[in-house]
Design a protein around this ligand. Structure first.
Ligand SMILES: C[S@@+](CC[C@H](N)C(=O)[O-])C[C@H]1O[C@@H](n2cnc3c(N)ncnc32)[C@H](O)[C@@H]1O
Length: 376
């Protein structure tokens, strides 16, 4: 078993990620770190399975680390360090690093260059990553082990498949690792769900909601009623409408006409605090994406879910941190959500999140509150 793990995250999240891992995994020791990429030494007696769950909100991808391949001839800190003068040599070095392991899939991605939104930066799978992926496929010593679809650089793998990870830190510095796919993000290269923004999407919030729905797998049936707080201009609502849901958008700002005119969309043009509780009586699912503090969002949601005439089964909330230190209160925020009766509560900094996280909460099984008589 390797002695190290690697973790990638959004640039800027390293501090909170380290704090989070220090709390959950006190035996881990930071070994190497660059913005967006860290490795940790494991304790000698660790018994981590190949599909271990780091239970981290801020880790975008992770796995066992086998060190790096570089162009330089210097000896490295890890025994898994190899030299190479050309890309092909680097690729050969990668396969040497994973010698003896059966590889079914190859995930290649570049470490983020900047924080999301900084100079328009959008974390994504680069052309360079696709090229390295192709090289690794071509150099694979046991192509018979590769799963169907492994030749495609972006296609997600299947749970249980063994994945070779190659993180490009620089053109000639590739960090090698592996994991066994298990969680939804671990199926995607670098934990990045790279889908295209449809041309009809009115905001990039579409990407965030699509990723949130796939990651959380909340069991929202077609035809269910969802309220979206902070709905303008409407990308989130479009992603929900596309799944056959009825959407009530709550926002004092204007909705895009393409959303407003959808037959399953209703706009309540008010702030969440100004909406009458009876508007929520048929609603079972609540999403929120307001440009306000986490405390404001949670106060607004609590006022709805705690009401005796409102029965909400699940939540998908975006909690925004204007400063990174605000993220340290996340465990308290999650406890607060649990205290409302949601027994399954998870959070993740999604690929499409900025300095914010997505929280998914579910009441499982669902207990509707008893009917309390006349509507008010
Ligand atoms: C990031 S945008 C939401 C993007 C939107 N989800 C989409 O799909 O395009 C934040 C929105 O929150 C709204 N907002 C802020 N405070 C609010 C409140 N108290 N109640 C409802 N909406 C609010 C703003 O008007 C703004 O339109």
């Amino acid at each position: 078993m390797p002695d190290f793990i690697f973790v990638t995250c959004q640039i800027g999240a390293e501090g909170v990620l380290k704090g989070e891992l220090a709390r959950h995994w006190p035996a881990l020791r930071l070994a190497f770190s660059r913005p967006g990429f860290l490795t940790f030494k494991l304790p000698p007696d660790h018994s981590l399975a190949e599909d271990f769950d780091l239970e981290s909100v801020f880790a975008r991808a992770y796995g066992f680390s086998l060190g790096k391949v570089t162009k330089s001839a210097r000896a490295g800190r890890f025994s898994g360090q190899y030299d190479g003068r050309t890309l092909e040599k680097l690729a050969a070095g990668v396969w040497k690093a994973v010698e003896g392991r059966s590889v079914q899939r190859i995930h290649v991605w570049q470490k983020d260059a900047r924080a999301p939104g900084n100079h328009g930066f959008d974390p994504s799978l680069s052309e360079e990553a696709s090229n390295v992926h192709r090289l690794l496929v071509e150099a694979c010593p046991h192509p018979e082990n590769l799963a169907r679809g492994a030749r495609h650089p972006v296609r997600p793998c299947k749970p249980g498949e063994s994945v070779l990870d190659c993180v490009l830190l620089a053109p000639d510095q590739w960090w090698i690792g592996y994991h066994r796919a298990n969680s939804i993000p671990s199926l995607y290269p670098g934990g990045m769900m790279s889908f295209e923004l449809p041309p009809e999407a009115v905001s990039r919030a579409w990407l965030k909601m699509e990723e949130a729905l796939r990651w959380s797998r909340l069991p929202i049936p077609r035809g269910a009623r969802v309220a979206e707080i902070g709905s303008a201009p409407g990308g989130t609502s479009q992603a929900l409408l596309a799944r056959g849901l009825w959407v009530t958008g709550i926002d004092p700002a204007e909705m895009n006409p393409a959303v407003l005119n959808h037959p399953r969309f209703t706009h309540i043009r008010r702030r969440s605090t100004q909406v009458r509780r009876r508007e929520f009586q048929k609603i079972r699912w609540l999403t929120a994406d307001m440009n306000v503090t986490p405390k404001f969002t949670l106060d607004a949601i609590e006022a709805i879910v705690a009401h005796p005439r409102v029965s909400i089964r699940g939540l998908l909330l975006t909690l925004k941190f204007t400063r990174w230190d605000m993220a340290e209160q996340l465990p308290d925020h999650l406890d607060r959500i649990r205290s409302w009766g949601f027994n399954v509560v998870r959070a993740r900094q999604l690929h499409h999140n900025g300095r914010e996280v997505c929280v998914a909460a579910l009441q499982q099984p669902f207990h509707r509150k008893p009917f309390l008589g006349q509507r008010r």
